[in-house]
Design a protein around this ligand. Structure first.
Ligand code: PXP
Length: 244
């Protein structure tokens, strides 16, 4: 059964927009868990535009399901992740001027750096190390070669596809990437732009997906129906995706 991990960065974005103490991403994380989420994701960005160091400490103390710490390869953030010891770290590329993460990691270009970095997480007691990658064969192979035990497939191109033809093409790439990753013994995660409408076709086409990381669509829906209902509906879609 695939798992739903909820990204709560957008709750912090809203809080920070007013330089307030609420809404609290930790309170949101607990509400997500109570509503059926299998885990919580946050991205500690170098510019701290949403999640703060204090949020990280409080999330670590409060979250009792799976905690996914998303980060770039910046040493300062790596040190915080090592000290936090979440269940999972997901390495992503990061550019200061981007609105959100724009593409997968260039694993082949950064292979030497990643080969040195990945074991440091395991040595700190972190069980899972995922690399956020585009569905490109070379990057999947390189992810296994540098020692990661999971990949998060970037689904942004799928979410942004505007024609049936484009959607089918990107789903075929994602399915091939999932098969390859699974064959290499990597856990398959997926995320970016997944929503209530596009999730069904995604799971129908892409096998072996162990968990999805979803933030924006879910938090946007929660404005109208509340977090428990938004999470509950998404969790049902994810949990039933491959049939029970
Ligand atoms: N996975 C990764 C690696 C991300 O950077 C993001 C965006 O923060 C997500 C998943 C979630 O994407 P969305 O907010 O579009 O659901």
């Amino acid at each position: 059964m695939p798992r739903l991990l909820v990204n709560i960065d957008h709750v912090a974005t809203l809080r920070n927009a007013r330089r307030e103490t609420f809404p609290d991403p930790v309170e949101a994380a607990l509400a997500c868990e109570a509503a059926g989420a299998d885990g919580v994701v946050f991205h500690l960005r170098e510019d701290r535009r949403h999640i703060t160091d204090d949020d990280v400490r409080r999330l670590k103390a409060a979250v009792s399901t799976k905690l996914d710490f998303e980060l770039s390869m910046a040493e300062e953030i790596v040190q915080i992740a090592l000290a936090t010891r979440p269940h999972l770290v997901t390495l992503v590329p990061e550019r200061r001027e981007e609105v959100t993460t724009e593409g997968g990691l260039d694993v082949t270009a950064h292979a030497d750096r990643l080969r040195a970095l990945v074991p440091r997480f395991y040595d700190a007691g972190i069980e899972e190390v995922a690399l956020f990658v585009d569905p490109v064969s070379d990057h999947i192979a390189a992810a296994a070669a540098v020692g990661a035990n999971a990949v998060e497939l970037h689904t942004g191109d799928y979410a942004n596809a505007r024609t049936d033809e484009a959607r089918a093409a990107v789903l075929a790439r994602l399915a091939a990437a999932a098969e390859q990753a699974h064959g290499l013994g990597l856990r398959v995660h997926a995320g970016h732009g997944l929503d209530y409408e596009n999730l069904g076709a995604f799971f129908a086409a892409v096998p072996h997906v162990h968990e999805v990381s979803i933030g924006f669509a879910l938090v946007a829906r929660a404005l109208f129906v509340g977090l428990p209902e938004a999470v509950g509906a998404m969790a049902a879609l994810v949990h039933d995706a491959y049939g029970r």
